[in-house]
Design a protein around this ligand. Structure first.
Ligand code: ADP
Ligand code: NI
Length: 221
């Protein structure tokens, strides 16, 4: 099977598997991460483009949030699928490690993620970029709505020092999520292009939050 066919088959599998997924984790999130990953990869050296493509396409194949916190479902599903296409074992191993290591929660753990690779760095940047800027704002409020969260509550301050457990259990208003996670992502970017894109999107979120605050407190205008 050629690389192009492997990628086409994977796209079809991901589209099929994610049918009915919530708006922040649907096929279009995957498509954006896939395209942004390839864009970032263009300016990086010695990149395995097949690994970048498959890792990006499969990175959210079974989000633990929707499988009772089971973080093994996604990597297993990806592995079975790539085995069925008879993809090279080394490539499968790398892609599975990427899926295993990509979540923000893992990097919150003491010691951080165990595995690193340039391909992982690229996909992680693309995934984080989709959580910030205009699309990131839309996804945050969509997720908050899905969880029935308040938009904002002036009496509930953001918690800037959350443990992994507290982060999981939190039912804080969506605006708090900007301070607890989204505004921190810019400084976590791995690649040159990732940093440039994150800078623009970060500034857009700051402008958005300033406007939100003006509208919430109209006397301050
Ligand atoms: P991904 O799976 O794409 O890496 P996450 O699963 O962490 O990202 O989150 C998916 C989207 O939902 C992101 O845009 C993220 O900002 C948003 N999200 C996650 N947790 C919250 C929250 N507590 N409040 C608002 N938005 C959230
Ligand atoms: Ni994602």
């Amino acid at each position: 099977m050629t690389n192009t066919t492997i990628i086409e088959e994977t796209i079809a599998f991901v589209k099929e598997t994610l049918q009915g997924a919530e708006g922040g984790h649907d096929w279009f999130h995957i498509q954006r991460v896939f395209r942004t990953s390839l864009l970032i990869a263009k300016d990086e050296k010695d990149i395995d483009t097949l690994v970048v493509s498959l890792g990006a396409l499969l990175h959210d194949i079974a989000d633990a949030k929707f499988h009772d916190g089971d973080e093994t479902v996604g990597p297993k599903l990806a592995q079975e699928f790539l085995n069925s296409l008879k993809v090279d074992k080394k490539i499968i191993e790398h892609v599975v490690l990427i899926i295993d290591n990509i979540s923000f929660k893992k990097t919150l753990e003491v010691g951080g993620a165990k595995f690193t690779s340039k391909e992982l760095d690229i996909i992680q940047d693309a995934d984080r970029l989709d959580a910030i800027g205009a699309i990131g704002i839309a996804r945050a409020f969509n997720y908050g709505g899905f969880k029935n969260r308040e938009l904002y509550n002036p009496d509930i301050a953001p918690n800037l020092h959350m443990t992994k457990e507290a982060y999981k259990k939190s039912s804080a208003p969506t605006i708090n999520h900007f301070y607890e996670k989204l505004l921190l992502l810019k400084d976590k970017m791995n690649t040159k292009n990732g940093k440039i894109l994150a800078e623009q999107r970060h500034q857009f979120m700051l402008d958005y939050l300033a406007q939100f605050s003006h509208e919430w407190n109209p006397q301050s205008l």
